[in-house]
Design a protein around this ligand. Structure first.
Ligand SMILES: [Zn+2]
Ligand SMILES: [Zn+2]
Length: 420
């Protein structure tokens, strides 16, 4: 949701006053002197907030309000009507048509600002938006073969109400950083970065995450301790002067590392639960719950029943392994969206047993058993160009259809946005 305000008012003094006031508070301000221009600008800029006068020509404020509410892409936009008309039926009608509030002129600027902030918080509450910034596993694979599903390594942004959560800091986080810089323009930014594990494809983009260089940013990093080295040391290690010219401690932002021990992380009204996965090194999956909805991010995992069977005790391994695999099913259970690793085709997998990754069928099986509503196939193999990933997606859909289950399945694409 953008921090911009569109002022629509035919009184130039009010437009100047509101523009000056909101610009001083860090908002980008657009202005329109009549309703028709206002509606056009709302569609062009998709502002976070519209402050709209009622009596205007040729379109009056109620017509502008109806125009805004008819457009889905403006669903997140807060609309505050302002007018010297203070009749109750007018106010009630505005609220019925989808205004977030109705403020009677003259008003105090600080009160209007407070109304704007409250209404924005209320509109954000209960929404979860996922954006994929990097979907590739192992190593970045830019080039003509990966334009559809993307070549950047693991990074997913999840907006829960007003909170910004990020899962993994593969090379995809660079683009996210640039987008956050544009959105926040020097205003304080707080993000929560959950690292699954410290293999390169999950942390390598962090030194290129621009908000980490801003004194106005606070970056909370969560993740597992390494085997023998704490998480903070592992993150510092990849920025050792032999590898990178800037040290972690010199980046500028307040970077706070919270190592996972047990229990849930609480971020505002959002809860994050962690679960250890079966992958070389300590690796966590995360389940995020917000306003009754859940998203699970669980990548880099191989079923225990396959890895244990390698040790020759096939029968007991399968039983014990299957039991351990069920704990992942319980962790994922009933999620609205499960972002699950599916690196290999079923044909490739037998040659890759013990590498710590899953076949498409294994991940589809977790999704089916867990009765999730949607499955995003994630962590695409660097050896898989777009046509192979598309074929894996098709195979997964066929398997799901064959079971007669209503489960939406897609291969995650870089740049893709999902409203949960
Ligand atoms: Zn990985
Ligand atoms: Zn890994």
């Amino acid at each position: 949701m953008s921090d911009s305000v569109l002022v629509i008012d035919n009184d130039p003094n009010i437009v100047d006053l509101l523009s000056y006031f909101f610009e001083r508070r860090g908002y980008t301000v657009h202005a329109a002197m009549d309703g028709a221009d206002g509606l056009n600008q709302a569609l062009a800029h998709r502002p976070g907030v519209v402050i709209c006068d009622v009596i205007m020509e040729p379109l009056h404020g109620f017509q502008v309000l109806e125009g805004i509410r008819a457009r889905r892409e403006l669903d997140d936009t807060v609309v505050i009507m302002v007018s010297a008309k203070s009749f109750r039926p007018d106010i009630e009608r505005a609220l019925q048509l989808g205004a977030d509030d109705y403020v009677v002129k003259p008003f105090l600027m600080e009160e209007l600002l407070q109304t704007v902030q409250q209404r924005r918080a209320a509109r954000r509450k209960g929404t979860m938006t996922v954006r994929f910034w990097g979907t590739r596993g192992s190593i970045a694979t830019p080039g003509p073969g990966t334009t559809r599903y993307g070549g950047n390594t693991s990074c997913v942004e999840l907006r829960c109400g007003g909170e910004i959560l990020i899962f993994d800091a593969g090379t995809g986080i660079r683009g996210l950083g640039e987008a956050l810089m544009r959105e926040f323009e020097g205003r304080p930014l707080i993000v929560h970065l959950f690292v699954s594990h410290t293999h390169w494809d999950h942390i390598q983009g962090f030194p290129f995450f621009m908000p980490a260089y801003q004194a106005t940013s606070t970056i909370n990093v969560y993740g597992p301790s390494g085997q023998g080295r704490p998480l903070e040391k592992l993150l510092r290690g990849q920025m050792d002067p032999d590898y990178f010219p800037v040290a972690l401690g010199d980046m500028g932002a307040a970077i706070r590392v919270h190592e996972y021990r047990s229990g849930d992380f609480a971020i505002g009204e959002t809860t994050v639960r962690a679960h250890y996965l079966n992958h070389p090194g300590m690796t966590l999956g995360y389940r995020v719950t917000h306003a009754g909805k859940s998203v699970v991010y669980a990548t880099d995992n191989e079923p225990y029943r396959h890895t244990l069977a390698r040790f020759g005790r096939r029968e007991s391994a399968e039983g014990f392994g299957a039991q351990l695999d069920e704990s992942l099913v319980r962790f994922v259970a009933d999620a609205d969206l499960y972002i699950g690793e599916a690196q290999y085709t079923d044909e490739e997998y037998p040659a890759k047993i013990g590498w710590g990754h899953s076949s498409v069928t294994a991940t589809v099986e977790v999704a089916l058993q867990a009765r999730v509503k949607a499955l995003a196939l994630y962590h695409h193999d660097p050896m898989h160009p777009d046509d192979v990933v598309a074929a894996m997606e098709a195979a997964a859909r066929r398997a799901i259809q064959g079971r007669g289950v209503d489960l939406r399945c897609f291969a995650a694409q870089e740049g893709q946005v999902i409203e949960v």
